[in-house]
Design a binder for this molecule. Structure first.
Ligand SMILES: [Zn+2]
Length: 162
């Protein structure tokens, strides 16, 4: 499933790319352009705008109700739009949304910090912005956070002792 996130959901767009989902971030304000873009490219619209409604039965619009990006990810999982697969992590540039290439380890030498180069076995590169990626801790942290969200469901409503 491919997405277009509206201007309120830039962080969610990055997280979706991190999970491997093709996600465009539309910064504009014109609803008709957002819908046109989604139609032309067969994308599901992610929005926080309660006034944005489908204009034809083909328009797919998902209204995001959560505030925090990690909860928004959970919301999309619960609504059945995305699923988590470790295989898809690190497949897409977080900035350009294009698929990353595997590159030979030697090619990363000198282009990433030395300690990263010696620590990591695999590197990937964005063919568009040439940014180099590796299995960073933020991906692992994100996976952990999502696992927690899945396991515990709603956060318990704990009242502080007085
Ligand atoms: Zn890039």
């Amino acid at each position: 499933m491919n997405f277009v996130a509206d201007r309120m959901l830039g962080k969610l767009a990055k997280q979706l790319r991190m999970l491997g989902y093709d996600t465009i971030y539309y910064r504009g304000e014109e609803a008709y352009r957002l819908i046109k873009l989604a139609r032309e490219e067969g994308r599901v619209i992610l929005t926080r705008n309660t006034k944005l409604l489908p204009r034809t039965p083909e328009d797919r619009i998902v209204r995001i109700t959560e505030d925090r990006p990690s909860l928004q990810i959970r919301e999309l999982i619960q609504k059945g739009y995305i699923s988590l697969s470790e295989d898809n992590l690190l497949s897409r540039c977080l900035l350009c949304n294009v698929l990353l290439d595997d590159i030979p380890r030697e090619e990363a030498e000198g282009k990433v910090p030395d300690f990263i180069f010696y620590q990591q076995k695999e590197f990937y590169q964005c063919p568009q912005c040439l940014r180099i990626y590796w299995q960073g801790s933020h991906q692992e942290n994100m996976l952990k956070r999502i696992e927690q969200l899945k396991n515990f469901g709603q956060a318990p409503n704990v009242k502080p002792c007085t």
